[in-house]
Each structure stands twice: as structure tokens, then as C-alpha cells.
Design a protein around this ligand. Structure first.
Ligand code: HSE
Length: 412
């Protein structure tokens, strides 16, 4: 029987997960591919570290040794940083290898070039593991929603951030302790700044945007905020109102413009993301034909991420070429929608004597915390002109739980 030879670049959480899964699921892989899958080589950085890798596997710190192997069919890349990863993957494609990557930063920056190069060399690129861990969101959008026109996508895309917010709320952990635990569990990036400042979710959002809309917004126009400003006091205050903080990426197409943001928002019980807890991720896609679909599952960790890479292994070995990935969707004009849609916001520092016909006051407390309905443009204006201490958008419908209809985020 012929063999598919694989090299794994990196032997951290994801690389090791892929290695172990190729061993543990050899039978399934052989069943679906009709060939045995064999790990021929592993690229490591530190030669002296002890690893549980079979003796017949080439373990090297020199990528050229891997490229010179007599047979090499697939490269699974699970290292961090844009370089030298991008260079390695270009060389692999030029050699005729299919590639699979879990590196969102590199793929957000260089994905288009890799896909073009792969097309030219008649090989495939799998990147399911770059977005939302084990949730098969890329294949769902790419294979199963080809004709549907996507209107918007919302997602909890960073497992570490969601894990920290959940630990802080449920177990009253400090931010620092919750982050340490996320690191110990292998959820966080090598540099966790990428997780907690929203960069990781931002890269994933740009990758999703290309698949959902065939294009991405201007990166400079995307509002990106992490979870570092969310204190335990804020989380508790929100909970008293029946709300939870979630770090949410949103992408939508209005007319022919793509808009995106990555930031903490509040969600009420009726929102599909309210119960997405711990390291879970979720992606909600709204399209013209099917309407709203929500996918949820583990967003980080060894085997969930390995699952995405292994399913990609099957995908690339069946060599489904990538030519229709980035078809630009037509301009979307929703009937019955105002140009500036009204949204629900909780805002502190705005008194009711501030008169503006574009604001509907839902409730106002003595602590100057109000829930208002207005649009993002006005919120931006208020932040720049008024003494606003903080404000968060509330997604979905929300009913105030306290009897006296008075809200307070006095902890802010
Ligand atoms: N650090 C990432 C996260 C890993 O927490 O979501 C998965 O991409």
C-alpha cells in the first residue's frame, strides 16, 4: 500500500497533538484516504529537549533536511510568528507539498499569497485550524454555504479570553490567575498579549472575512480591543443586570463596504453567545437563504486544534483546489434597514439632561449609568465630546431584571 508522508513543523501543543492523532487515528485516516499516513519528520527548535517521538522519525532543527526528504506529501505547520514560517511554506509549495497551517498571524498576513502559489503548483492549503480551534467553520463556509450570501458573521474567536472571563465570573479568579491557568492548559499563545489584547481574534476575523465575503476590511479601520479593561467589579456589576461580558468579533457587509470590530460587549440571556463558556468558541453566520446558524465548540487546546488539522489532512490529500475561496459577494442592501442602525448601549457618565433626538433612554440611574438605544456613530461622538467613563454595547434583546428598573455599573 502506498504511503502519505507528512512533516510536522513545531512540536508544541498543536504539533504534538497532530503527531499523536496521526498515530491514534491511523485506521480512520487509512480508511478514508486508502493510504497509510506516516510522519516522516518533525521540525523542532531545541534539539536537547526530550520528546516522545518514534525513532524512525527524522527530528531536526534544519528545515532544509525536511525539504530534501525523498518523499514528502504534506507539511503541517504549527509554529508561531510570520517568519520563517511563511518562507518555509512557500518552499514546501514550490516542492509540490500540500500545506496545512494553524498559524493565524502568518495566514492573515500572507494567506492570499500562499493560496495563489498553491494554485500555481496544483497543491492545496488547509487552514481550518487558524480559526475557532476545533469548530469546522471554514469548511462549513467554504463547502456548504457556497450559494448563500452572507450578511454578517459574529464570533467568540479567542478561547483564552473567553476562558479568563468565565473564570473571573464563575470562580472569582483574578485576571492574572485566570491567564496563568489558560497558559498552563495550553490555550494561550506563546505571547498571551495576542490573546488578551484582541490581536489573535483580529487575525482570525480577517481570515473569516475573506471566506465569508471574498474580501476583508481595511485593517486600520477595524476597531480592536481586548479584555484587559474588564475588571472583576465590572463583571459582577454586569451579572447583577443579567448580562455577561463576551469578547466578540463582528463582520458585516453594508452596501459594498465590509465593517468589522473585535471588542468586549455585553450579552443577555437570549443571545446565543450567553452560554458559551470557558475555552469554547462560537460562530454565528447570518445568510440570505438559511438565516442564522451558530456553530460552537472548543476554541483551543491540543486535540480540538489537532482535529481541525487532521480533517484538513484529508481535505488536502483529496486535493480540492482553492480557486473559488475568495469570490467577492455582491453589495448587500437590506430592505427595512436604516443607514445607521440603532443599538443598545450601557453607558456611564451621560446625564439625562443631555438632549439628543437620536437617543432613546431605556433607563437611567442615579449613578449616571444609563441604558440607551442609539447608533455607533453617536456613541463615538459622545465618547469624544462628553465625560463618558465607559460604555459597552449590549447584543441581542435584553430585559432589565431589577424591579425598580434602575441600573448601575457603580463599580466602574
Ligand atoms: N490562543 C488561541 C486561543 C489558540 O486562545 O483561542 C487557538 O487559536
Amino acid at each position: 500500500m502506498s504511503v502519505i508522508k507528512v512533516a510536522i513543523l513545531g512540536f508544541g501543543t498543536v504539533g504534538e497533538g497532530v503527531y499523536r492523532t496521526i498515530q491514534s487515528h491511523a485506521q480512520e485516516l487509512e480508511g478514508v484516504l486508502g493510504k497509510r499516513v506516516e510522519v516522516a519528520a518533525v521540525l523542532i527548535r531545541n534539539k536537547h529537549k526530550k520528546r516522545n517521538i518514534n525513532e524512525d522519525v527524522l527530528v531536526t532543527a534544519d528545515f532544509n533536511e525536511i525539504l530534501s526528504l525523498p518523499q514528502l506529501d504534506v507539511i503541517v505547520e504549527a509554529i508561531v510568528n510570520k517568519e520563517p514560517t511563511f518562507t518555509f511554506l512557500k518552499q514546501a509549495i514550490q516542492r509540490g507539498c500540500h500545506i496545512i497551517t494553524a498559524n493565524k498571524e502568518m495566514f492573515a498576513h500572507h494567506g492570499n499569497e500562499l493560496l495563489e502559489l498553491a494554485k500555481h503548483h496544483n497543491v492545496s492549503v488547509g487552514y481550518e485550524a487558524t480559526v475557532a480551534g476545533g469548530i469546522p467553520v471554514i469548511q462549513t463556509l467554504r463547502q456548504l454555504l457556497n450559494v448563500n450570501r452572507v450578511h454578517h458573521v459574529q464570533g467568540i474567536l479567542n478561547g483564552t479570553s473567553n476562558f479568563i472571563l468565565t473564570e473571573m465570573r464563575e470562580k472569582k479568579q483574578s485576571f492574572v490567575d485566570a491567564l496563568s491557568l489558560a497558559q498552563a492548559k495550553g490555550f494561550a499563545e506563546a505571547d498571551p498579549t495576542n490573546d488578551v489584547e484582541g490581536f489573535d481574534a483580529f487575525y482570525k476575523t480577517m481570515i473569516l472575512s475573506r471566506i465569508a465575503f471574498g474580501e476583508e476590511p481595511n485593517w486600520e479601520d477595524v476597531e480592536r480591543e481586548g479584555i484587559t479593561s474588564i475588571t472583576s467589579e465590572l463583571i459582577e456589576a454586569a451579572e447583577r443586570l443579567g448580562l455577561r461580558f463576551k469578547h466578540i468579533a463582528s463582520i458585516s457587509k453594508k452596501g459594498d463596504q465590509i465593517k468589522a470590530s473585535v471588542r468586549p460587549v455585553l450579552v443577555g440571556k437570549s443571545h446565543p453567545f450567553y452560554s458559551i463558556e470557558g475555552v469554547e468558541n462560537a460562530v454565528n453566520v447570518y445568510t440570505d437563504l438559511v438565516g442564522s446558524i451558530t456553530l460552537q465548540g472548543p476554541g483551543a487546546g491540543m486535540f480540538p486544534t489537532a482535529s481541525a488539522a487532521i480533517e484538513d489532512l484529508v481535505y488536502v490529500c483529496q486535493n480540492k483546489l482553492t480557486k473559488k475561496y475568495f469570490t467577492k459577494t455582491p453589495a448587500i442592501h437590506l430592505r427595512d434597514k436604516k443607514e445607521h442602525e440603532d443599538e443598545l448601549w450601557i453607558i456611564q457618565g451621560l446625564t439625562k439632561d443631555y438632549n439628543n433626538p437620536l437617543i432613546t433612554w431605556i433607563t437611567q440611574s442615579s449613578a449616571e449609568t444609563a441604558i440607551i438605544r442609539t447608533n455607533t456613530e453617536l456613541i463615538k461622538q459622545l465618547i469624544s465630546e462628553q465625560n463618558i467613563k465607559c460604555c459597552f454595547q449590549i447584543l441581542g434583546e435584553f430585559e432589565i431584571e431589577s424591579n425598580d428598573k434602575e441600573v448601575t455599573l457603580a463599580a466602574i
